[in-house]
Design a protein around this ligand. Structure first.
Ligand SMILES: [Zn+2]
Length: 365
């Protein structure tokens, strides 16, 4: 585990299709919202055994009954509790922890709006290692994965090439995916691509990425209540590409805009305060995947967006979002050196002509 992965604020939670009023709300705790703690920096002594107390979160306007968090839990004896602001009715969260310390925890309170407060307890009173919470979300347990909704008009397509070569992808069986809990909804002809970050581990090896994929799938199915991992592809800092949902089925990564939308997630947290950086091999892998998708389905490269282009979220993080223009050019097959030259000469964004398709502006950016 990297040291910088431990200095974590509360940002989006395994950034998928959640948003206010429907499938969930990301919880923030003000400017001091850092939910990592260790024995040497325990915070909060509100009761015996309490090693951390978040204080009240920022206001939450919508009704929620479920609180869900995920992160790193090196000490298996640490437990989490949640309560509504001003209440001492603490509910112990059910914790799911992998042997190497990745965890998510979930608890149910009565359905109501208002801030949440979290605390952690350790049997020993001095938890081993540093516990880090990557993100917290609240939602109404009645909310399920959204079905297909009418989306914006599909922009003009380029030619489709069923023989377009796909880069090496580590399939679901390879990383040990479980079957979806319900059949996937078909979504056979994607016309856009959305980039996310995972708000999770910045993995260093394929084995770590496969473990993280299993964790995210478990978190999305059993934490969020979705039918499968939200994304179609996961790309790690080593440039490995892992298969999420198969192409051709509806994702669950961009609420209200999943139709025709391939979701690609970068493993890591590409946003302050963590500030993971996309690596060149990782960008190369996304570019190769994008060039394939463009050729295979006739997707306009300009239809590569960041999650934040569709809703208020940090996702995919500032450091990844800054690469989108570069990636659009790469999707279009413009060599990196040429795109760098264009930028250095101040060329406007997305100034390239893609297969003669005129400028497209049917979807807000
Ligand atoms: Zn996202």
């Amino acid at each position: 585990m990297r040291a910088e992965a431990l200095a974590l604020g509360l940002t989006a939670l395994l950034c998928a299709g959640a948003s206010a009023g429907d499938l969930g709300r990301t919880v923030t705790f003000g400017s001091a919202g850092d939910l990592s703690f260790s024995a040497s920096a325990a915070r909060g002594t509100s009761a015996p055994g309490v090693v951390y107390d978040s204080g009240d979160s920022d206001p939450i306007g919508q009704a929620w009954d479920t609180v869900l968090l995920q992160g790193e839990l090196p000490d298996a004896s640490v437990t989490f509790q949640a309560a509504r602001a001003g209440s001492s009715n603490w509910v112990t969260l059910e914790t799911h922890r992998t042997p190497d310390g990745r965890f998510w925890a979930k608890g149910r309170l009565s359905l109501s709006s208002g801030p949440v407060r979290l605390r952690a307890l350790a049997a020993s009173g001095a938890p081993a290692g540093t516990t880090a919470v990557y993100g917290v979300t609240v939602f109404a347990s009645s909310a399920k994965e959204a079905a297909a909704a009418p989306g914006p008009a599909v922009p003009p397509r380029g030619p489709q090439d069923p023989s377009a070569p796909r880069p090496l992808v580590h399939g679901r069986a390879e990383w040990g995916a479980v079957a979806p809990t319900q059949p996937w909804a078909p979504d056979p002809l994607p016309w856009r691509v959305t980039l996310h970050h995972s708000d999770g581990r910045y993995t260093r090896t394929l084995a770590e990425s496969e473990a993280e994929a299993r964790f995210i799938q478990d978190f999305h199915i059993h934490g969020r209540g979705w039918i499968d991992i939200a994304y179609h592809y996961l790309v790690d800092p080593e440039g490995n590409i892992l298969e999420g949902r198969p192409e051709g089925v509806l994702g669950a990564h961009t609420l209200g805009n999943n139709e025709g939308n391939i979701g690609i997630v970068l493993l890591g947290t590409y946003h302050p305060p963590v500030n993971d950086k996309p690596t060149q091999v990782q960008l190369d892998a996304v570019a190769a995947l994008g060039r394939y998708l463009v050729r295979r389905y006739g997707i306009d490269p300009r239809m590569l967006k960041g999650h934040r282009d569709y809703k208020a979220t940090d996702c995919p993080g500032d450091w990844a979002y800054a690469k989108l223009d570069y990636l659009r050019l790469a999707f279009a097959g413009v060599p990196a050196s040429a795109s760098a030259a264009r930028r250095s000469h101040g060329a406007p964004r997305a100034s390239f002509v893609w297969r003669g398709v005129p400028s497209w502006d049917g979807v807000r950016r």
